[in-house]
Design a protein around this ligand. Structure first.
Ligand code: GDP
Ligand code: MN
Length: 390
C-alpha cells in the first residue's frame, strides 16, 4: 500500500521530523485560500502515487496567489506524465500547497527492506533531489548504508556515522539531521513500511535542516494492524479492476495486450502468458482465482475479465487441484448466461472433476466457447482467434 506525500509528511511530522507548513486541497479556489494561510513563497505539488513530479512540471514554485491559481489549474486539468506513470499519464485530484524553502543543499535519506540481508537498511546520500537510482548506478559510493538489527533498530553510533556521511558539522544541523533519521526509522518500524524515503532532505540558506518530500510504501500484509493506514487508504488511486478483484480474494493484474487470462495459481499464470507470447499473442491481463475459489468468485472473475474493453479473446487455463474443474465450468456457463460472451473464450481444463466439467460445457452449447486439447493448443487457438479479429 502507498500513501500520498501529504499523508507521509503527517506521519513524519508526528515522529519528530521537521517539515514546512502545508495544506492539501482539491480545487483552484481551495489552493488560493490555502496560500493565504501560508503566504510568501509557496510550492504547489501534485499528490499522486508517482515520482518524477518535479521534472514533469507538477511541482511549481510560486510567489503570489495568481501563480498559485495558474499552477493549481494546470495540475488539476492536465494528466501528469513521468517515467513512472507510463505514456497515458495519471490524473491529479489533490494538491499540496506548502511553504517553500530556499535550498542550499539537497540530500537523500531512506529506509528500505534489504531482502538479501533480511533486515532494514538506512541509506543516505549527499546527492539528493535527483533520481537516486541514477546515483546508485553511476556513483554507488555516494550512497552510505547502515543495516539495522531487526529488534535493536538504529544504534547511536550508526546514526552518528550517517549524519557524518551527510557532511553535517554544525551542532544544530547535526541535531536536526539526527532527529530526522531517527524519525524516519521510527516510522519504518511503527508502520511496517517496506520503504520510507525523504528526497530531498534539505539544508536551507538560513541553515535549517528539514524534509520537503516524503514517500512511503507499506507491507500489505500488515495493514490490518494499522487503523491509521486503513484510514489513509485511497481507493481512487488504485486500478478499479484490481480493487474489485481484491474484494473477492482474486488477484488481477492489468497488462497491455488483448488476451484475457483466467488461471489458478501465479506459476500457471506465468506459464500461460509465456505460451501466449510464444504463439504471437499479448496478454491483456491475468486473473488468478487461486485455489479456494467459490462459484460466486469465479463468476465475478469472468465479469472482471470481460469488462476490460481491450480483451478480444479469453484463455481459461485451470489446473484443477483444490479448485474443481466442474465449479469453473459452472461459473463459465453462468457468466455466459449473465454477460453473454462477445469474444471467443478458449478453455483448457485439466484435473479434478474434468470429465464432469467437459460434459457440462458440451451440454451448455455456448457458441463462443472453444475447448482446447492441451495448453499449447489453447494458446494457439486463442492467438489465432484474436489475430483474425484484429
Ligand atoms: P518529485 O520530483 O516528485 O520527487 O518531487 P519533490 O518534492 O522532490 O520536488 C522536486 C524538486 O523540486 C526538488 O528536488 C527541489 O529541487 C524542488 N523543490 C521542491 N520544493 C521546493 C522548495 O520549497 N523550494 C525550492 N527552492 N525548491 C523546491
Ligand atoms: Mn522527491
Amino acid at each position: 500500500m502507498k500513501v500520498h506525500e501529504y499523508q507521509a509528511r503527517a506521519l513524519l511530522a508526528e515522529a519528530g521530523v521537521p517539515v514546512p507548513k502545508s495544506r492539501v486541497v482539491g480545487t483552484v479556489d481551495e489552493a488560493a485560500a490555502a496560500y493565504k494561510d501560508i503566504g510568501g513563497k509557496a510550492v504547489v505539488k501534485a499528490q499522486v502515487f508517482a515520482g518524477g513530479r518535479g521534472k514533469a512540471g507538477f511541482v511549481k514554485l510560486c510567489d503570489n496567489a495568481d501563480q498559485i491559481r495558474d499552477a493549481a489549474r494546470f495540475m488539476l486539468t492536465n494528466r501528469m506524465v513521468s517515467p513512472q506513470t507510463g505514456a497515458q499519464g495519471i490524473a491529479v485530484k489533490k494538491l499540496l500547497i506548502a511553504a517553500a524553502v530556499d535550498i542550499d543543499s539537497e540530500y537523500y535519506a531512506a529506509v528500505v527492506m534489504d531482502r538479501g540481508k533480511r533486515c532494514p537498511v538506512v541509506m543516505v546520500s549527499r546527492e539528493g533531489g535527483v533520481e537516486i537510482e541514477v546515483v546508485a548506478k553511476e556513483r554507488p559510493d555516494a550512497i552510505v548504508k547502515k543495516w539495522l538489527h531487526p529488534h535493536l533498530g538504529l544504534i547511536d553510533f550508526q546514526l552518528s556515522q550517517l549524519v557524518t556521511a551527510l557532511g553535517f558539522t554544525d551542532k544544530a544541523q547535526v541535531a536536526a539531521a539526527s532527529k530526522i533519521i531517527r524519525g524516519l526509522v521510527k516510522v519504518f518500524y511503527d508502520f511496517d513500511c517496506s520503504l520510507t524515503e525523504i528526497n530531498p532532505l534539505v539544508r536551507t540558506k538560513s541553515g535549517e535542516v528539514l524534509a520537503i518530500d516524503a514517500k512511503m510504501n507499506f507491507d500489505d500484509n500488515a495493514v490490518f494492524r494499522h487503523k491509521r493506514l486503513q484510514e489513509m487508504f485511497d481507493p481512487s488511486e488504485e486500478n478499479p479492476m484490481e480493487l474489485r478483484a481484491k474484494q473477492h480474494d482474486l488477484s488481477y493484474i492489468a497488462l497491455d495486450g488483448n488476451i484475457g487470462c483466467l488461471v489458478n495459481g501465479a506459476g500457471l499464470a506465468m506459464a500461460t502468458m509465456d505460451l501466449i507470447k510464444l504463439h504471437g499473442g499479448e496478454p491483456a491481463n491475468f486473473l488468478d482465482v487461486g485455489g479456494s475459489v467459490t462459484a460466486e468468485g469465479a463468476v465475478e472473475a469472468f465479469r472482471i475479465i470481460l469488462s476490460d474493453t481491450k480483451v478480444k479473446g479469453v484463455l481459461v487455463n485451470i489446473f484443477g487441484g483444490i479448485a474443481k474443474c466442474d465449479l469453473i465450468a459452472e461459473a463459465l456457463i453462468a457468466a455466459a448466461k449473465e454477460i453473454g460472451f462477445k469474444v471467443p473464450v478458449v478453455v483448457r481444463l485439466e484435473g479434478t472433476n474434468v470429465e464432469r466439467a467437459r460434459e457440462l460445457l458440451e451440454a451448455a452449447k455456448i457458441p463462443q466457447l472453444l475447448p482446447a486439447e492441451d495448453l499449447t493448443d489453447a494458446a494457439k487457438k486463442v492467438c489465432k482467434q484474436v489475430a483474425s479479429r484484429e
